[in-house]
Design a protein around this ligand. Structure first.
Ligand code: DOR
Ligand code: ZN
Ligand code: ZN
Length: 440
């Protein structure tokens, strides 16, 4: 049965203003758009009244941690994709630092099959560059690609050996797949938990220097130039990385990059002196100068896309304190409201700009057929309430993780309905939530 979504607000990309629209979805695809002044013929169709909510292509998150297989106590494919749907995401790319590491065709297939059965959104897995992410031996790229891996990464750790990285890039290039890099030189990090900056100095802590990230960025851009691979830099957090990527792009290297919401809205100076581990992630919150450099990098296209690096951990793990707890914070359910509230409502960005960096741009960078609602495109979309302010309450989250520094923040821009392939996978109406399996 076809579905009409009536009375939605769509951004006009030319004028930037919101316009009332009706859209029909049929057989999993966007069929017809009507102007708000026209009357759709809804006879025999399901009707969803958007009541003025923003309609956007489903958000795409190219860097997430779903934790399955192996760490189901942190997150599962089911809970992670529920959380993604609630955050307005319709396609997500999980990292391979699972247990076992997603380094064989068998494990890639397991993720793909579980996601098909239990997932609410599209799951596009990456596979590891090296076996067990140990940096010693390359995985079987061609078998991993065959099994459904969309790219190769050892996210969680940096590939320390330059020759290993170069070999990986040459292989990925021959298979027409990207290499995605967590950039971190271990010899410069030495177990530090926060960035070199005001917070580390105040507490007498060793800091993670900016060069530990940027050295890998610089090295890998040179290796990408030599091999011709599409090289994508994970979670850019430093001024130096932005500078190197800008230079690499201007030299014609096939380099793209991403940034996380927390690196755009928080600096190390925001970390509370209580040493709460919900402010610990890798890369760490950097200095205000780095934050501004990342924002500018995103604005001028040096940084192509926004990703969450959604990284759930258990309450017990995060209770170990800033120095001993694992790195990572959750991100799906706060990403859009944070950026909308902090950058669009304040007038720094247009809504169209923010949406592009979370939809059309990730689709472009990774060659995905999503991120647009042109007629004929897959009907992956989300409705978002731009008008009502709500406090961030982790108890309402669908992720199993509660590890967020944003508790209590008052934000606008909460998704209310998410559709994948023409099916409503999650919705919240009158405060009652349901997904494809009923009331949550
Ligand atoms: O904060 C992080 N968490 N950074 C990483 O690189 C890994 C991730 C995780 O797996 O928890
Ligand atoms: Zn990482
Ligand atoms: Zn990650």
């Amino acid at each position: 049965m076809a579905t009409w979504i009536i009375n939605a607000s769509a951004v006009n990309p030319v004028t930037g203003s919101l316009e009332k629209k009706h859209v029909m979805v049929s057989q999993g695809q966007v069929a017809i758009w009507l102007d708000g002044t026209e009357r759709p013929d809804t006879e025999g169709c399901q009707v969803i009244d958007a009541m003025g909510k923003l309609i956007s292509p489903g958000l795409i998150d190219m860097h997430v941690h779903l934790r399955e297989p192996g760490f189901e106590y942190k997150e599962t494919i089911r809970s992670g994709t529920q959380s993604a749907a609630k955050g307005g995401f319709t396609a997500i790319a999980p990292m391979p630092n699972t247990r076992p590491v997603t380094d064989t065709a068998e494990t890639v297939r397991l993720v793909v099959e579980k996601a098909a059965h239990e997932g609410l959104v599209r799951v596009l897995p990456y596979a590891a560059i090296t076996k067990n992410e140990l940096g010693r031996e390359l995985t079987d790229f061609s078998a991993l690609k065959e099994a459904g891996a969309i790219g190769f990464t050892d996210d969680g750790v940096g590939v320390q050996n330059a020759q290993m990285m170069k070999n990986a890039m040459a292989l990925a290039k021959s298979l027409d797949r990207p290499v995605i890099a967590h950039c971190e030189d271990d010899s410069l990090v030495e177990g530090a938990a926060v960035t070199e900056g005001a917070f580390a100095r105040r507490h007498g802590l060793k800091g993670i220097p900016n060069e530990s990230e940027a050295i890998h960025v610089g090295r890998d851009i040179l290796l990408a130039e030599a091999t011709g691979v599409h090289y994508h830099v994970c979670h850019v957090s430093t001024e130096q990385s932005v500078r190197l990527i800008r230079h690499g792009k201007s030299a014609g290297v096939n380099v793209t990059s991403e940034v996380c919401p927390h690196h755009l809205v928080l600096s190390d100076e925001d970390i509370p002196d209580s040493m709460d581990a919900n402010w610990k992630m890798n890369p760490p919150l950097r200095t205000p100068r780095d934050v501004e450099a990342c924002i500018r990098g995103l604005e001028d296209g040096t940084i192509d896309i926004i990703v969450t690096d959604h990284a759930p951990h258990s309450a017990e793990e995060k209770a170990r304190g800033l120095e001993r707890a694992p790195f990572g914070i959750i991100g799906f359910e706060t990403a859009f409201p944070l950026l909308y509230t902090k950058f669009v409502r304040t007038g720094r960005w247009t809504l169209d700009f923010l949406l592009r960096r979370m939809t059309a741009d990730p689709a472009r960078v990774f060659g995905l057929p999503y991120g647009t609602l042109e007629p004929g495109a897959p009907a992956d979309l989300t409705l978002i309430d731009l008008e009502n302010e709500r406090e961030v309450d982790p108890e309402t989250f669908l992720t199993q993780g509660r590890n967020t520094p944003f508790t209590g923040w008052k934000l606008y821009g909460w998704p209310t309905m998410t559709m994948v392939d023409g099916e409503v996978v999650w919705t919240e109406q009158n405060g009652i939530e349901s997904d494809t399996r009923g009331v949550i």
